[in-house]
Ligand binder design. Sequence first.
Ligand code: AMP
Ligand code: MG
Length: 481
Amino acid sequence: MAFHLPFTDNLALVQEINPTPIPNPYWVGFSNTTADLLGIEHVNGLPNNSEYLEVLAGNQSHIGQNSFKTYATAYSGHQFGSWAGQLGDGRAIYFGDIHGQEIQLKGAGKTAYSRMGDGRAVLRSSIREFLCSEAMHFLGVPTSRALAVVGSDMTVMRETPETIAVCTRVAPSFLRIGHIEHYGHNQMWHELGLTLDNLIEHHYPNCHNSPTPYLTLLDQISLRTARMVAQWQSLGFCHGVLNTDNTSLLGLTLDYGPFGFLDQFQVDHICNHSDHGGRYSYHRQPEALHWNIYCLASAMLQPLKEELKRVHGIDGEDAIQHIKDTLDNYNKEYAKTWQTLFRLKLGLTTECDSDLTLLEALMQTLHREKVDFTLFFRNLSEGLDVPASMNHWYATYQERLSLEKQSMDTRLEGMQTINPKYVLRNHLAQHAIELAQKKDFSEVSRLLKILENPYTSQSVPESYALGPPPDLTAIPISCSS
Ligand code: AMP
Ligand code: MG
């Protein structure tokens, strides 16, 4: 089922390439639930078949008699608002597909698209991607998944020498806006059409019912993206690098780098220390992704215009206006989803005209008082007191609650299913990484297990649900990975 680009000698599209082997691989982390998704049998937290260690290290491209075609793809993109030209899978190598899921080994060595890079990923960033992919999935956010992290003592140079790892990631498709931009920019109309048709065929089949399938495809990608980012906002998640080459065509959270969950709420929080202008700060994420959707529209302008002319007989400025009107749906979908999610976070099951004012006042108060985002909503759902500095807002909230018909118990129960107790706070990831760097991988497994049930109180130390201790509030997270 999974989508494949056609194999060709043209390196502007795809390169058939083997992973580069790594010395003496060892398991760092393994996700049983992703293994289940792929039908990989496992026992005691590891695959039954011991061949998987070499396979997921990139040292072996077959399991038993089954061999995999391994390849890298070209894409281009806009980075921090500027055209960056050709990029591509510089260190992620496709590794066949199972059960309609594409598999990629990230950090598996150089490809034709590595440019100046070494094709590797360090242990630190691989653990972060592994844990956060899984955490987001269990929070209910559309995302690529992660199957495993395999480490090796081989080192590469970043700010300092660091050991490498390979993270196996999994998604129904890893296609990005950057792929479409690549074909559009290079006027590869055949490949562009083929890719759009494949997307419709495998991932957006209801576009077939539309008289203008490409426009409907654009609309649906934009709606999925709007819903995804509304979920991020509702969880206090910052992606960090929302370039078009990191933006999925399936509305999945993709390419985990310097991401972060907000501890103290600041609407202009920047989680990526290289993002000096704050282009991808928390409150600008929705507009950043809308900008990316405009890039997508502009890359597929030729087929869109052809379609509009053929079907509706509209052309020129009229066609452009028609496409722009479609792109406005993003804002409506985002606003609608955002309000629904935040109403649910507050246990409001009905709609009231004053709700938006209540929500805006909440955001302002959380920001002014630098309240811990996750903890605030979780405490509210457990019927605990809010900080005294929030009493004014809380009184308005209590008044609003009197219009609700649900009993308090039912309301709190519902709120606990949308306000997580456990998210992958930076200091928790950092602790697991520091132990892993000393070859103790137990904290990676432990954190994964906790994050698999983010909405349920677990018998683990309460510190897993709390913000960082004062000395760990500002761990710098750079782009280096
Ligand atoms: P990112 O900022 O991680 O999304 O990466 C941007 C581009 O740089 C993508 O084309 C990556 O494949 C490529 N890249 C990042 N790190 C490396 C590396 N160590 N080796 C080769 N390519 C890389
Ligand atoms: Mg990327």
